[in-house]
Write a protein that binds this ligand. Structure first.
Ligand SMILES: Cc1cc2ncn([C@H]3O[C@H](COP(=O)(O)O)[C@@H](O)[C@H]3O)c2cc1C
Ligand SMILES: O=C(O)c1cccnc1
Length: 338
């Protein structure tokens, strides 16, 4: 059965978000305080370990079953010339993922993650959102459910990513609708469009916002009208991971924008999420301000595919290696601080 077979199923999941395990958080904090280092000296590594403990519900969290889930979809509005690449590249890159030749193959391998690639109706792009809703209700629910379906119970960590030519424009529209701000503040070069391309992207987002201005300002309606299948799938995966208390690492501007409609209404939806990195896409840092997330890495990446999030998993692994592997003051016979 589909996880989000009905709108009610989606809304009730978003309305009933489980919390992290407070006992595991307290125990992990106590363990951090007992380790052979000055308090706080491992900086954010300490917070990451405590975060992982809280969501895994155990004082010593691990990443044995870590998954990168990459969703692919195509967009009807690409006819307006908003990407530096043709829409056919979405399917071609899915082929490249299967063959092992993409950046995410290398980075998921380096991070010890299994990689699931889910192509969502690539030969049936969403409707052009400057003239219609991108998806009808059933299409949006199917995409949300496809996202949820990759989140198997027992995963220790989930990385989410996307592939969909044109989707930096959808991401800008989602952010502008969710949080306000002129489209030009949310639009960036994406795959590398020139000034003319940026102007076309801004115009497309302005048209879409005008068309959908009177629609209900709800998470589902914003996603359905302005999102895309791969974007809704990310939202569904993050929501399902929350139900199962599986920590998530978010990737770039587009992955994070998938959560904007949800977070604008229910800010706590990002509580089980770490921001893997800050993309060079200019809207990303602005979006982090709204999401209340502080990215782990900032390496000038602007790829998507879950690439920055996968890279950040190495930092999370290092946090857990120190948390689980260091000696306590008592074990090492080292005098602790006063
Ligand atoms: C070869 C190639 C591989 C990619 N991998 C991710 N993206 C990224 O670029 C796209 C978004 O940028 P825009 O909105 O400008 O189309 C998405 O597919 C995103 O995942 C890629 C883009 C290309 C061309
Ligand atoms: O930040 C991202 O995820 C991104 C930026 C540009 C193109 N594709 C993805």
């Amino acid at each position: 059965m589909s996880r989000f077979a009905t709108l009610v199923a989606f809304e009730s999941a978003l309305g009933r978000l489980p919390m992290a395990d407070a006992d595991a958080i307290a125990a992990a904090r106590a363990r951090q305080a007992s380790l052979t280092k000055p308090a706080g000296s491992l900086g954010r590594l300490e917070d990451i370990a405590v975060f992982m403990a809280g969501w895994q519900g155990t004082v010593q969290p691990v990443i044995e079953q870590g998954r990168a889930a990459i969703f692919a979809g195509n967009h009807g509005f690409v006819v307006h010339g908003v990407s530096a690449f043709p829409a056919s590249v979405t399917a071609a890159m899915v082929g490249n993922f299967a063959a092992g030749g993409a950046a995410i193959n290398a980075l998921a391998g380096a991070a010890g993650l299994d990689l699931k690639v889910i192509a969502l109706d690539l030969d049936r792009p969403t409707a052009d959102f400057t003239t219609a809703a991108a998806m009808d209700e059933a299409e949006c629910l199917a995409a949300l459910s496809a996202g949820a379906a990759v989140v198997e119970p027992g995963l220790h960590l989930l990385v989410v990513g996307e592939m969909g030519i044109g989707n930096s424009t959808a991401a800008a529209a989602l952010c502008a609708r969710s949080y306000g701000g002129a489209p030009a503040l949310w639009v960036g070069p994406g795959t590398g469009v020139d000034a003319g391309g940026i102007a076309r992207k801004v115009a497309v987002v302005e048209q879409a916002l005008a068309l959908h201005a009177d629609a209900p300002h709800t998470p589902f309606e914003i996603l359905r009208r302005l999102g895309g299948r791969e974007i809704a799938a990310i939202a569904g995966a993050v929501l399902e991971a929350r139900r199962l208390r599986i920590p998530v690492v978010l990737d770039g501007f587009i992955s994070c924008a998938a959560l904007a409609p949800l977070a604008a209404a229910v800010p706590a939806i990002t509580d089980h999420c770490l921001a893997g990195h800050c993309s060079a896409e200019p809207g990303h840092i602005r979006l982090f301000g709204h999401l209340g997330l502080d990215p782990l890495l900032s390496l000038g990446m602007r790829l998507g595919e879950g690439s920055g999030a996968a890279l950040a998993v190495s930092v999370i692994r290092a946090a857990l290696a120190t948390h689980n592997g260091m000696a306590t003051f008592a074990e090492a016979g080292v005098a602790d601080g006063l």
